[in-house]
Design a protein around this ligand. Structure first.
Ligand code: ATP
Ligand code: MG
Ligand code: MG
Ligand code: MG
Length: 563
C-alpha cells in the first residue's frame, strides 16, 4: 500500500478525549475515529489489525472443531423473556420497537439466540457434542464507556457456545476452548494469563478469564508468589471466605439455582449433602413484590442450620421471627448462594422493583438491612467487601497474593443447564429418554484485544505491533527528492509485495522527521530507509521497531534478509 493513497489520518496532538495510552495511540495512528461515546469507526489501518486477530482466533476455533456461523444482531424480546433475562439485563440492553410495536433488543450476547437455534434441530445424543461460534458486533449500553474500544458500547466479540450430553462432555468442550484460547493469544504474539473467575452458583473451576496484564486494566488479578494460583480478586476472596466454594460438590448448587421448578424433596436432598456446614446465604422471592433475604451463618443466625429451611412454612416462621419487618409470603427459593451470587440476584431483581432486602455475608457487620440495591449501595462497591488485597494469604498454600491490574480479553464459562432448562433445549439419550443439553459459553473481546495489545507493547513514540497482528510487516521510507531513491524504493516495495509480504511505502512528500515519527507511531515491525547516502553505499537501512536494532542490507538482497 502506498501511503500517499491511504486513508490514514494521523495526528500529532494527543486528543483530549483519550485517557489511556492505547486510545490516544489508536486515534493518533489513524486507526479509528469516534462517532459518539463508545462507538467507533475502524479506519483501514485499524481494521487490518482487527481482521488479523479475527483470523488467528478463527483458525484456533476451527482447529478445535468449532463451526462458524452468524446470528442476528437484532433480537426479538420473546426469546429473552423466555430465559428471564429481558428484565434482568437492565439498562445495559438497548431496546427498541419496530413499526408494528413489536419489541426487540440489540444483542449484548447470544445465549438465547443460539439456544433457540439448536433446540429445534438437536434431536438425539448423536447430534452432540457441538460447538458453534461467530465473530460479530455486540451492543451493550455500558454505564461508563471509556478507554476507547477497551470498553465500547458497540464492539466486536467472538462468542462460542458448546452443547454436550452431560457434564463430563462439558468438561472436555471447556478444555478444548481453554486450549484454543491459549493458542490464539500466543499466536497473536501477546502475553495473556488465564485466571480463575467467579463461577457463581456453579462452583469448581467453572469459569476462567483471560487477562492481559497492564496498568490501564480495570480488573484486578491475584497471583500467588509461591504456587501457580491465579484468580481475579473477587474469586480469590470467595475462595478464602469459603474454601468449600472450591470443591467439586458445589457444582451441585447449579441444580437448585432455579428452584421454582424444584420439589422440596430435591432441595432437601441437596441441602443434606452439605448439612454439616451452616448455610452461607439464602434468597427468597416474595409473591408479587420480590423481597430478598440473604441469611448468613456467623452472627445471630448461627444456630439456624439447614434443617430449619427445609420447608416453606418453617422458612416463613424464621423470617417472621428474625426479621418481622421483612415478613412476606414466599414464592420462591434460591440458594445456598455465595455473597457475589446473592448480590447478583439483588441486582437482577432491581429491575423488578425490589422493595426491601437484607443482604449479608458470612461475617459480622457485613449486613445491610432494608437495602435498595443500586440506590443505597452500588452493587460493584459492595462486591469490594470480598476482594482479596495485596499480601493476603493464598487460598491454596502458605504464599502471599500479589495484586496486578489486568484487562479481561476473554472469558469462558460452564453454563450447565441454565438456558436449556429455561428454554427447553433437550435431546433423546441412548434409552430414548429426554435430557437437558449441557452448555458452555466462550467469549473473546476482539476489539478490546487490539487496545490491550497496545497497552502491553508500546513505547513513548508509539505502538509496537507483534508481527502476527501488525497491519503491515514492513514500511519503506524513501527520503529526499531523489528519483533514483524513489525508483529503488518502488522496486523493493514491488519485490516484497510480490512475495506476499505486507508493505507500506511512505511515498508522501514529507520531511524525514515526519516519516520517521509516523512509522514509529503506527508501529510497523520493520522499517527500511533509503536515502541518497544509503544509496551511495548500495544499502538500505533496516531498523527493528521493537528492539531498535539497526543493520544495513545490500540493495540486491533485501527480500532474502527481510524474510
Ligand atoms: P467487563 O467485565 O469488562 O465488563 P464482561 O465480563 O461483561 O466484561 P463478557 O460478558 O465476559 O464481558 O464478554 C466476553 C468478552 O467480551 C470479555 O471478556 C471482553 O473481552 C469483551 N467485552 C465485554 N464488554 C466489552 C465492551 N464493553 N467493550 C469491548 N469489549 C468487551
Ligand atoms: Mg461487562
Ligand atoms: Mg468481567
Ligand atoms: Mg466476563
Amino acid at each position: 500500500m502506498k501511503m500517499s493513497k491511504m486513508y490514514l489520518p494521523t495526528l500529532k496532538e494527543v486528543p483530549s478525549e483519550a485517557e489511556v495510552l492505547s486510545h490516544q495511540y489508536m486515534l493518533r495512528a489513524g486507526m479509528m475515529r469516534t462517532l459518539t461515546a463508545g462507538v467507533y469507526s475502524y479506519l483501514p489501518l485499524g481494521y487490518r489489525v482487527i481482521r488479523k486477530i479475527e483470523n488467528i482466533i478463527r483458525k484456533a476455533m476451527d482447529e478445535s472443531g468449532a463451526q462458524e456461523l452468524l446470528m442476528p444482531i437484532m433480537h426479538t424480546a420473546e426469546l429473552w423473556q423466555e430465559s428471564g433475562r429481558w428484565d434482568r439485563f437492565g439498562p445495559l440492553m438497548i431496546k427498541f420497537q419496530d413499526r408494528k410495536g413489536r419489541e426487540y433488543c440489540l444483542g449484548p450476547t447470544h445465549e438465547e439466540i443460539i439456544t433457540d437455534l439448536v433446540r429445534d434441530e438437536i434431536r438425539s445424543y448423536k447430534d452432540l457434542p457441538l460447538n458453534l461460534y461467530q465473530i460479530q458486533t455486540k451492543v451493550r449500553d455500558e454505564i461508563r464507556p471509556r478507554f476507547g474500544i477497551m470498553r465500547g458500547r458497540e464492539f466486536i466479540m467472538k462468542d462460542a457456545y458448546s452443547f454436550d450430553t452431560d457434564y463430563e462432555g462439558l468438561d472436555k468442550s471447556y478444555q478444548l476452548m481453554y486450549d484454543a484460547y491459549v493458542k490464539a493469544f500466543k499466536d497473536c504474539g501477546l502475553e495473556v494469563r488465564a485466571v480463575e473467575a467467579d463461577s457463581g452458583a456453579m462452583g469448581g473451576s467453572a469459569s476462567h478469564e483471560f487477562m492481559v496484564l497492564a496498568d490501564a486494566g480495570e480488573d484486578e488479578v491475584a497471583f500467588c508468589n509461591n504456587c501457580d494460583y491465579a484468580a481475579n480478586v473477587e474469586r480469590a476472596g470467595a475462595a478464602i471466605a469459603d474454601p468449600a466454594f472450591e470443591k467439586e460438590e458445589m457444582a451441585a448448587a447449579e441444580k437448585v439455582y432455579t428452584p421454582a421448578q424444584k420439589t422440596i424433596a430435591e432441595i432437601t436432598e441437596y441441602l443434606n449433602v452439605n448439612a454439616d456446614r451452616t448455610i452461607k446465604s439464602l434468597a427468597f422471592l416474595a409473591d408479587g413484590e420480590p423481597i430478598l433475604v440473604l441469611l448468613s451463618g456467623d452472627d445471630e443466625l448461627n444456630e439456624i442450620k439447614l434443617a430449619n429451611y427445609l420447608n416453606a412454612v418453617e422458612l416463613e416462621a424464621v423470617v417472621e421471627d428474625k426479621f418481622p419487618e421483612m415478613y412476606n409470603s414466599f414464592a420462591g427459593f434460591i440458594g445456598p448462594v455465595g455473597i457475589k451470587e446473592g448480590i447478583r440476584i439483588l441486582a437482577d431483581l432491581r429491575v423488578k422493583n425490589l422493595k426491601n432486602a437484607i443482604t449479608g455475608a458470612n461475617e459480622k457487620d457485613y449486613h445491610l438491612i432494608n437495602v435498595n440495591p443500586g440506590k443505597d449501595f452500588e452493587v460493584e462497591d459492595y462486591l469490594d467487601l470480598r476482594k482479596v488485597k495485596d499480601g493476603d494469604q493464598c487460598p491454596h498454600c502458605e504464599g502471599q497474593l500479589e495484586i496486578k491490574a489486568g484487562i479481561e480479553v476473554g472469558h469462558i464459562f460452564k453454563l450447565g443447564s441454565k438456558y436449556s432448562e429455561s428454554m427447553g433445549a433437550r435431546y433423546l439419550d441412548e434409552n430414548g429418554r429426554e435430557q437437558l443439553i449441557i452448555m458452555g459459553s466462550y467469549g473473546i473481546g476482539i476489539t478490546r484485544l487490539v487496545a490491550a495489545a497496545i497497552e502491553q507493547q508500546h513505547d513513548e513514540n508509539g505502538i509496537i505491533w507483534p508481527t502476527a497482528i501488525a497491519p503491515y510487516q514492513v514500511i519503506i521510507l524513501p527520503l529526499g527528492n531523489n528519483d533514483e531513491v524513489t525508483t529503488r524504493a518502488e522496486v523493493i516495495y514491488q519485490e516484497l509485495t510480490d512475495n506476499g509480504i505486507e508493505v507500506l511505502l511512505d511515498d508522501r512528500q514529507e520531511r524525514a522527521g515526519v516519516k520517521f515519527n509516523d512509522a514509529d507511531l503506527i508501529g510497523i515491525p520493520l522499517r527500511l530507509t533509503i536515502g541518497s547516502r544509503s544509496l551511495e553505499k548500495g544499502v538500505v537501512e533496516a531498523r527493528v521497531r521493537k528492539t531498535g536494532e539497526e543493520i544495513n542490507i545490500k540493495l540486491d538482497s533485501v527480500y532474502e534478509k527481510v524474510i
